[in-house]
Design a protein. Structure first.
Ligand code: SF4
Length: 457
């Protein structure tokens, strides 16, 4: 383990509270040779846009780029399901030599005719950036011919970090927002930005706001319809749940349509409650909204508290490591884990910014490792050193936990269990409890980062 050194280029991206001077480096491209856990620019854009249910999503590139399909990263729909199908132009050597624009035009044209989507998103991948296909002009031509918005997502994988993919997605969305009729939008309306309805969470959250008397005009993009997005500029407030991916769109809408935005999180009791009260505070001219919010919160908390306390008694003192997409989620998870008696010994993210990490440092305990853009070796090293009992992360982190021989909780886009809202908090506690306390760990020796047996502490 001692042999496992942090790469020289990565040293600024790792911090231990109480030990190091805090000046965390973040928002930079992944260091060469670091085998980053981060996805590419294109992947960042599609995680944001794919949940739009009645849009066609066509990946312009080699077939491999389109591999991460709905079956892996599902997002539930209450109606259309065009987004469940994966389409690629399947670029090959001849297309690279002669250009792929004609192939793109033919593919998009026939797919639009066949599936009648309300809009189409065309994603540029690395090779398209290299061969220089004029995707914009293909999109313009198709928009005129088909009578639907055909939007280029400028998302070549090599040209930045996953965060640049979020930005490309926001730019694509901004082309839709403002093009719909808002005459029917009621004044007490919000948009939720950055909630992707992976396991029905957008429906849970919508219901809380409905019970408060607040209309959700558009969820961008969980269970979204193109029409909802087109008239998103009719809402009074943007509520940004996944700040890493959607703050850019919120800022565009603030500037263009004078719609203010607030940042919230729907994970954990404390932040979920704030997300309701903050919206109620915005509509302060309607005090009944706050009263209804209090009723919602009390009812929901009362319904789950008994079971949560049971888990808290069992899990007290257990240790968790977190590695998530955006740092804002990490704050919520630290608070949620404290509710069930657990300590966080490592907190990291793929796309956190300076302010996020400052805040993360403030709420972390002494000795906590804070890490930006980690790789498997670093995660393995710190999980082992800090004796974490569970890793909370996404699909790429799962094998790290199991190879070390500790529990794992999927808190990313591949999960099938709702973890947002009050019922999501209870599901989260159940999952963490089941994984940490599983009898299987009695039969699995804990390993170090290289697979060497260390025995359980
Ligand atoms: S890095 Fe480039 S080639 Fe790889 S998946 Fe992303 S867009 Fe495709």
């Amino acid at each position: 383990m001692e042999n496992l050194k942090i790469l020289e280029d990565r040293k600024g991206q790792v911090f231990e509270k109480g030990k190091d001077k805090f000046d965390l480096l973040c928002g930079v491209k992944s260091a060469s040779g670091a085998v980053s856990q981060r996805a590419c620019v294109f992947c960042g854009s599609r995680v944001v846009l794919y949940p739009i249910t009645d849009a066609l999503h066509l990946v312009h590139g080699p077939i491999g780029c389109a591999a991460y399909t709905w079956d892996i990263r599902g997002s539930l729909s209450s109606g259309p399901s065009v987004n469940r199908m994966s389409f690629s132009t399947d670029l090959r050597e001849l297309d690279v030599v002669y250009g792929g624009a004609d192939k793109l035009y033919k593919a998009a044209s026939s797919l639009i005719d066949k599936h009648s989507p309300k809009a189409a998103f065309i994603y540029s991948t690395c090779i398209v950036g290299l061969i220089g296909d004029d995707v914009e002009s293909v999109c313009r031509k198709l928009t005129l011919e088909k009578g639907i918005p055909v939007i280029h997502v400028d998302s070549e994988g090599f040209k930045g970090t996953k965060k640049d993919g979020y930005r490309a997605a926001c730019e694509a969305l901004a082309k839709l927002v403002g093009t719909g009729d808002i005459s029917g939008v009621v004044p007490v309306s919000i948009n939720i930005l950055g909630e992707f309805n992976l396991a029905g969470e957008a429906w849970i959250i919508r219901d809380y706001y409905r019970r408060m008397g607040v209309n959700v005009n558009a969820v961008i993009t969980g269970d979204a319809r193109v029409e909802d997005i087109k008239r998103a500029h009719g809402a009074a407030l943007n509520v940004v749940q996944c700040s890493g991916s959607m703050t850019y769109l919120a800022k565009i809408m603030e500037e263009k349509y004078k719609i203010p935005y607030i940042r919230v999180s729907y994970f954990g009791l404390e932040d979920m409650t704030s997300a309701l009260y903050d919206v109620a505070a915005f509509f302060k001219d309607s005090p009944e909204i706050l009263e209804r919010a209090k009723t919602v919160v009390k009812g929901e908390v009362d319904a789950i508290m008994g079971e949560l306390l049971k888990y808290r008694n069992e899990l007290r003192g257990k240790k968790a490591a977190l590695y998530v997409g955006g740092a804002f989620k990490a704050f919520s998870l630290i608070k949620a884990l404290r509710v069930i008696g657990m300590d966080v010994v490592l907190a990291g993210s793929q796309t956190g910014n300076k302010e996020d990490y400052e805040d993360l440092k403030k709420i972390s305990d002494e000795g906590t490792i804070i890490i930006d853009d980690a790789n498997p070796q670093e995660l393995s090293r710190f999980i082992t050193e800090k004796k974490a009992d569970i890793l909370i992360g996404g699909v790429k982190e799962r094998p790290i936990a199991y190879k070390i021989g500790i529990g794992f909780c999927d808190h990313n886009h591949e999960r099938k269990t709702a973890l947002a809202g009050y019922e999501g908090m209870l599901n989260f506690a159940r999952e963490v409890y089941s994984s940490v306390m599983s009898p299987v760990w009695k039969f699995v020796p804990r390993n170090d980062a290289f697979g060497g047996k260390r025995g359980r502490p």
